[in-house]
Design a protein around this ligand. Structure first.
Ligand SMILES: Nc1nc2c(ncn2[C@@H]2O[C@H](COP(=O)(O)OP(=O)(O)OP(=O)(O)O)[C@@H](O)[C@H]2O)c(=O)[nH]1
Ligand SMILES: [Mg+2]
Length: 248
């Protein structure tokens, strides 16, 4: 596949939440049942997103505190972030704030909008659930990022979680990025927004006008200050293509 665009994604979050399992599920289509603490692993994943041949450089990071000194560096170089917590361990949801604040501190110096998605993993452990969808959505709204629930075990929403970050990078905002599978924002509303944006662009092109139609509204604070955006709810939508991978 000829790659026309590369994206650097970073998977962050506390230990044992499933960062590696999600990355391995995406890149190797299998479930890593064993827990093997990560120091830092890089993966490549090729796929088509928004019709663009894309190469995802994915950095799977350490949740363990002893490796936290590496965080500033990868936060500086990352373009998009998956903030992963475990739906069956409430403390991991609380710990996400630390990762969010650090990303905003480091990236906020470089850019006014940081593309990220909050990921509630282990959705298959229904009976052990400790974090409600409502609570997670409220937090996502406060920090101005999308929220998706995944299971590395069943594969539910795993591709969507990674591809959505790329869509958010491309759109430059959460609103109008065309996310799929998310609990927030509502993918049906997103599709409507995308359609009307496309229509406006087509009309402008037909009228021979210069195009100024893209929206870049939803910056998420810049200085580590959470801001609220968008609307909520959930709904299904079409799937992006899969891909192949190389472990580096
Ligand atoms: N039931 C279930 N178990 C999962 C899921 N994702 C990961 N696990 C399990 O949770 C444990 C930890 O997963 P890892 O992916 O290694 O966790 P991690 O976040 O990478 O941990 P660190 O590398 O230490 O930061 C493993 O035993 C996985 O098999 C999931 O979606 N459902
Ligand atoms: Mg790991």
């Amino acid at each position: 596949m000829s790659v026309s665009k590369e994206f650097r994604l970073v998977v962050v979050g506390p230990p044992v939440v499933g960062k590696s399992a999600l990355t391995i599920r995406l890149t190797q289509s299998e479930f890593a049942n064993e827990y093997d603490p990560t120091i830092e692993d890089s993966y490549k994943h090729y796929c088509k997103i928004n019709g663009i041949d894309s190469s995802l450089d994915i950095l799977d990071t350490a949740g363990q505190e002893e490796y936290s000194s590496m965080r500033d560096l990868y936060m500086k170089t990352g373009e998009g972030f998956l903030l992963v917590f475990s739906l069956n361990e409430y403390h991991t949801f609380e710990e996400i704030t630390t990762f969010y604040n650090q990303i905003m501190r480091v990236k906020g110096e470089q850019v006014s909008f940081v593309p990220m998605i909050l990921v509630g993993n282990k959705s298959d452990l229904v009976d052990e659930r400790q974090v409600s969808q409502e609570e997670a959505i409220n937090f996502a709204k406060r920090i101005g990022c999308a929220y998706i629930e995944t299971s590395a075990k069943t594969g539910q929403n795993v591709t969507e979680a990674f591809h959505n970050v790329v869509k958010i990078i491309i759109a430059g905002s959460v609103t109008g990025s065309g996310v799929i599978g998310t609990s927030y924002p509502d993918p049906r509303e997103e599709q409507k927004l995308l359609n009307s944006k496309r229509q406006a662009e087509e009309q402008a092109a037909q009228g021979g006008q210069l195009n100024g139609g893209s929206t870049h509204g939803a910056a998420n604070g810049g200085q580590g200050k959470p801001t609220s955006k968008q609307n909520n709810n959930s709904g299904p939508e079409s799937k992006e293509s899969g891909g192949c991978c190389v472990i580096m």
